[in-house]
Each structure stands twice: as structure tokens, then as C-alpha cells.
Design a protein around this ligand. Structure first.
Ligand SMILES: Cc1cc2nc3c(=O)[nH]c(=O)nc-3n(C[C@H](O)[C@H](O)[C@H](O)COP(=O)(O)O)c2cc1C
Length: 329
């Protein structure tokens, strides 16, 4: 897929997720095969007010992450235009506007999916942003505000008319939040309605789900969010064909790299929460995970966390399980 002048070299890519898709996780997703990643939502008000947390924590990215899309969140052109220009100046390759966030705190101030309610007003905001930046401009939308206002096709046509370069569609309404299964038919309707590239998103957990989404909807690219939590190797085409031991060794390399990036990039009080959250997901679906998690979240430093994890991780090494089986025989 090509977005403006940016080539997206893989079929699947990591979704923006607040509190999760930060530089460390984006980097490991990228190294596993997600060719373009998108930052967490970056509050335009925070940029505008020169909030240090917004400007230098959330908007931070590594040079090796490029090309990168930085996602902006806001309700009006007065903040979104200078915010997008500032992100462009920081070296973003793409500016993505969040038009999908369902969280009440966000929508009650007109941000996120609330932008899907008033098409005429939002059209003016998109036009102002389009004219203010030179780099590709994309939007991420839901199917609509609620069941009575399903307007993804209308929004997509309007966005194409004002010069938006590509759209990501997560086919749930704001009132559905994340419940039920997403309706991929809605993605196909958007693909049919416009001539700009469409990325599909929603309930993709594997490369075969991604291929099914392409076959069923005609999208050029697939975004994976929750399916990548604890599984960034979902972006690697070859992962599923590996043996159990090779999978484990691959996972060990990825996890070690993730731990190293967290330590390098974040102060311990913030990084510790990130490290424990992701390590807990990495252990998902394995043996004795419950007692491991209790121990993990009781650790108070990087070193303690590392020690608890390493011990647990070694205990689930398929090599050791084989030796254990042989001992039982
Ligand atoms: C914890 C969490 C945080 C999210 N934060 C954002 C965000 O900052 N920006 C955004 O556009 N979408 C955000 N999303 C939505 C995801 O990008 C994605 O659209 C959604 O999870 C559906 O895809 P999935 O089924 O692959 O998870 C978030 C989702 C989750 C679960």
C-alpha cells in the first residue's frame, strides 16, 4: 500500500493503543514485521499548551521507527492545525487524526468518535488540516456514532473530497465500544465507496485472519491492536511455520529486546508498569500464569521484575518440558 509518498511494505501493522503503542512496543512490532506503526493518540491541547508529557513522552519516537504515523486527537481546527504542524516539524511521515476513540471523557469534549457526528463541521476541520501540512494525512474512523447513525461511507467520501490520503476503518459504532464482533462488511462498503487506500481493523488475531479480511473486504492493509498485545510476532509471516522450540527462542529474543528498550527509553517509575504489563501478556496462555502474575506485579524494581520473569520463562522452555517428560518415562 502507498499512502501519499509513504510505502507501507507489509500487509499487517500495529494499531495505535493509548498506554501500549509507545516507542518500545512499536519498535519490537516493527522488528517483527509491522512496516508502519502509528503512535498512541497525542492530545492537540497538550501540544498547544506545550505540555511536556505530551510533547516529549507520548510524541517521542526512535529514528529507526521511520516511516512513522503520529496520531493526533482534538476537537477543533484551532488546536488540531498547529498540533499537526508541530508533529510534522518533529519528523512525522504521516499525520493520522483520531476519529474513533469511544471513551466518554474524550467524546464529551467533541474529540475522537464525536467527530463523526457532524460531517459538515468535521469536513472543515479536515480541510484546514489538509491545507496546513505537506505530509500525508490519514484518518481512523469507526462505523458511526451509534446504530442509528452509521455513516462511515459518508465520512469516507467527504474525507476523500477534502484530500485525505488514506483511511483506517474499525467497524464498530462508538456505542458498541469494543463489544461483540466487528462487522467487516462495513469495511467492504467503504472500500467500494472511495478510491483512496483503506486499512481494515477489528478482531484480527493472526496472519490468516488478516488474509481473510483482505479477501472479504478488499482492503490493502490490516491493522492489529489487541491481537498484538503479548504477541508482536503476529506481524511475522514466517512465525506460524516454526517449531515449538524455534517459536520459543524467537519469542525470547523479542521479549529481551522489548525489556532492553523499556529500560533505555523510560524512567523506572513509568517503565516498570510497562514492563510488568507486557511481560504478563507475554506469559498469556502458558502454564502457571496466574501465580507468575501475582509474583510479577509484586516486584518493585526492574531487576526484581526481570529475575521473576527469567525464572518463569525458563520454566516454560519446551526444551525443559521435554527433559521433564523423559524423566517421567
Ligand atoms: C487499550 C486500547 C487503547 C487504544 N487507544 C487508541 C488510540 O490511542 N488511538 C486509536 O485510534 N485507537 C485506539 N484504540 C483502538 C485500536 O486502535 C483498534 O482500533 C481497536 O482495538 C480494534 O482493533 P483490534 O480488534 O485489533 O484490537 C485503542 C484500543 C485499546 C484496546
Amino acid at each position: 500500500m502507498i499512502i501519499g509518498n509513504v510505502e507501507v511494505k507489509s500487509l499487517t501493522r500495529l494499531a495505535p493503543m493509548a498506554g501500549i503503542s509507545n516507542a518500545a512496543f512499536r519498535m519490537v512490532a516493527r522488528e517483527c514485521g509491522s512496516a508502519l506503526t502509528t503512535s498512541e493518540e497525542i492530545d492537540a491541547q497538550g501540544i498547544f499548551r506545550k505540555n511536556a508529557k505530551t510533547r516529549y513522552d507520548i510524541a517521542n519516537y526512535l529514528p529507526e521507527e521511520k516511516p512513522i504515523a503520529l496520531q493526533i486527537l482534538g476537537a477543533d481546527a484551532d488546536t488540531l492545525v498547529p498540533g499537526a504542524q508541530w508533529l510534522q516539524d518533529q519528523g512525522a511521515d504521516i499525520i493520522d487524526l483520531n476519529m474513533g476513540c469511544p471513551v466518554k471523557k474524550i467524546t464529551k469534549t467533541g474529540r475522537g468518535s464525536a467527530l463523526m457526528k457532524d460531517v459538515a463541521k468535521t469536513s472543515k476541520i479536515l480541510e484546514a488540516m489538509r491545507n496546513a501540512i505537506e505530509i500525508p494525512f490519514t484518518i481512523k474512523i469507526r462505523s458511526g456514532w451509534d446504530e442509528k447513525h452509521v455513516n462511515a461511507v459518508e465520512i469516507a467520501r467527504m474525507a476523500e473530497d477534502v484530500g485525505v490520503d488514506a483511511i483506517t476503518v474499525h467497524p464498530r459504532t462508538r456505542s458498541q465500544q469494543f463489544s461483540g464482533m466487528s462487522k467487516w462488511e462495513m469495511i467492504a462498503e467503504v472500500v467500494d465507496a472511495v478510491n483512496i487506500p483503506i486499512t481494515g481493523n477489528g478482531d484480527v488475531k493472526s496472519m490468516s485472519d488478516a488474509r481473510r479480511m483482505v479477501a472479504e473486504t478488499g482492503v490493502e492493509s490490516v491493522m492489529i491492536g489487541r491481537g498484538a498485545m503479548g504477541k508482536p510476532w503476529v506481524f511475522d509471516e514466517s512465525f506460524e511455520s516454526l517449531t515449538d522450540q524455534a517459536k520459543y527462542d524467537y519469542q525470547t529474543r523479542v521479549i529481551n529486546r522489548h525489556i532492553q528498550l523499556i529500560i533505555e527509553l523510560f524512567p523506572e517509575h513509568f517503565g516498570l508498569v510497562q514492563m510488568q504489563k507486557h511481560l504478563s501478556w507475554y506469559a498469556g496462555g502458558r502454564e502457571r500464569v496466574r501465580s507468575f502474575r501475582v509474583q510479577l506485579f509484586s516486584a518493585r524494581t526492574y531487576d526484581e521484575t526481570r529475575e521473576i520473569f527469567d525464572k518463569y520463562w525458563e520454566s516454560v522452555n519446551p526444551k525443559n518440558a521435554e527433559q521433564l517428560d523423559m524423566a517421567v518415562v
